[in-house]
Design a protein around this ligand. Structure first.
Ligand code: HEM
Length: 458
């Protein structure tokens, strides 16, 4: 029997109704969507400008959409969020679909193999140690900003072997302009003389100049020099697609390289930085867990620098639990490419489908004391009992995050390295509120005071 979902009234073609809806959603997305789930249940439906929209928080639905029926869904190519991403990232891994995506993913996968990623561990630790050197005991800083520039520096170095000093500000400004560029202005043509259209357009031109510059200088190098380099850009310049019958595999064009590089650059630092920022916040609120972290880094590392081989299971569980409560990517959107059933509901071809990772990961039906920060839920024997689809911070199925190992290792190394020297306290009176845009960040940053551990620790 096919079930019939309920949901709020459709939004038609009236632009004012669409603007009202977007404003209500963007003002406080969690309350807006949470309220709808409370009213209509785990899956609700509506339609926007004639396109059906399904929204779910149920793990089984999420599993069907991403994994078991993943072939019936694609990444959205129209709609506000998708248009915004595509304008910036073109046809990179995050935004492409079908055969083109498959070809690109196969070409890029080897660069993310475990061995290659592990070779990057020392760079990550060196960057974290340098930040630790710059920090002054007792000072109060915006840790969200620090984590962003730390992961930005690391992604630039590991992916492009490019030290963005000097360029870093330019890239950061451009990314900022991109981040603030969400909402209805995405629908306007590029010539409209509004700041909300022109600022991101200029940001895009700026970023293109930097990235094409990097590509052109690599492509000018002899192949033997490229092969000797350890960075991902060189690997991508050399990568070839699978041979097509008699014809040899092809290389990526300059534009394809630009799209993939920008995609990896953007996807590769903001998410990890948010995960770390929220983790520092959670640790500051849970001294018992913080003590376990300190005990582990002190006893395992014995004052030595961490390496990619360091076994730090408590640190790993803290990060996993932090990404359960504060998933950097809160929703995973899809569009149905054929008629398909999800959770017994009929989803027609062309319908939009939104999987709410955030709500599945905080649902008391799947997580005991769901709001509590309890890293031990990720002990193997306890995690084995979690229902499938209830924990997907990196997505699932064929489109699962290509950078998962990269970011898990990076977050572990950065957290451990900085925790060797410092304990972070939330600044008195600092307001912590979630802001959901491309990723989930603290709306007012994260002002924290640095306490040196050598003094504070017994
Ligand atoms: C804590 C850190 C990270 C989180 C939470 C995260 C989350 C995600 C999620 C949820 C997806 C799947 C989206 C979907 O199915 O529509 C994804 C895809 C992707 N991520 Fe990550 N990510 C992280 C770090 C990284 C890093 C470090 C890189 C690269 C260096 C990266 C590159 C990508 C790419 C290229 C895709 C698209 C994969 C494809 O569709 O083939 N991510 N990520």
């Amino acid at each position: 029997m096919v079930l019939v979902p309920s949901g709020p009234p459709a939004i038609g073609h009236n632009p004012l109704a669409l603007l009202r809806y977007l404003r209500a959603f963007q003002t406080s997305p969690l309350e807006f969507v949470g309220g709808r789930f409370a009213r209509y249940g785990d899956l609700y439906t509506t339609s926007i400008r004639g396109t059906p929209l399904f929204v779910t928080r149920h793990p089984e639905h999420i599993h069907e959409v991403l994994v078991s029926k993943g072939a019936s869904f694609a990444k959205p190519e129209t709609g506000l969020g998708a248009k915004q991403l595509r304008r910036f990232l073109g046809r990179g891994l995050v935004t492409s679909n079908g055969d083109f995506w498959r070809r690109q993913r196969r070409m890029i996968n080897p660069a993310f193999g475990r061995k290659r990623i592990e070779a990057l561990g020392d760079v990550m630790v060196a960057h974290a140690r340098a930040l630790g050197e710059r920090w002054r005991p007792g000072e109060t800083r915006d840790i969200a900003e620090d984590m962003m520039s730390l992961t930005l520096g690391i992604v630039a170095k590991t992916l492009f072997d490019h030290d963005p000093r000097g360029e870093e500000d330019r890239i950061a400004r451009a990314l900022d302009a991109f981040r603030s560029f969400s909402g209805p202005s995405v629908l306007l043509p590029e010539w409209v003389p509004l700041a909300s259209v022109q600022r991101p357009r200029r940001a895009l031109a700026d970023v293109n100049e930097i990235v094409y510059g990097l590509i052109d200088s690599r492509r000018a190098e002899p192949e033997s020099a490229l092969a000797a380099r350890n960075d991902l850009l060189s690997a991508l310049v050399l990568a070839t697609s699978e041979p097509d019958g008699e014809a040899p595999g092809a290389r990526m064009t300059r534009e394809e390289l630009r799209d993939e590089i920008l995609t990896l650059f953007l996807a590769g630092h903001e998410t990890t930085s948010q995960a770390l920022t929220w983790t520092w916040y959670l640790l500051s609120q849970h001294p018992d867990v913080e003590a376990q972290l300190h005990h582990e880094v002190d006893s395992v590392l014995q004052g030595q620098p961490a390496t990619s081989a360091s076994q730090l299971p408590v640190t790993d569980r803290i990060l996993s639990e932090s990404m359960r409560l504060f998933p950097p990517v809160t929703t995973i959107p899809r569009v149905a490419i054929e008629d398909v059933e999800v959770g017994g509901y009929r989803v027609p071809a062309g319908a939009d489908m939104i999987c709410w990772v955030y709500f599945a990961q905080r649902d008391p039906r799947w997580w005991r004391e769901a709001e509590r920060f309890d890293p031990d839920r990720f002990l193997p024997e306890r995690f084995a009992t979690v229902v499938r689809g209830a924990y997907t911070p990196f997505g699932a199925g064929q489109r699962q995050c290509i950078g998962r190992h990269f970011s898990l290792m990076e977050a572990r190394l950065l957290l451990a390295t900085l925790a060797q020297r410092y304990r972070l306290r939330l600044a008195a009176g600092h307001r912590v509120e979630k802001r959901i845009a491309v990723t989930m960040s603290p709306r007012y940053g994260m002002r924290m005071t640095l306490e040196p551990r050598s003094i504070a620790a017994p």
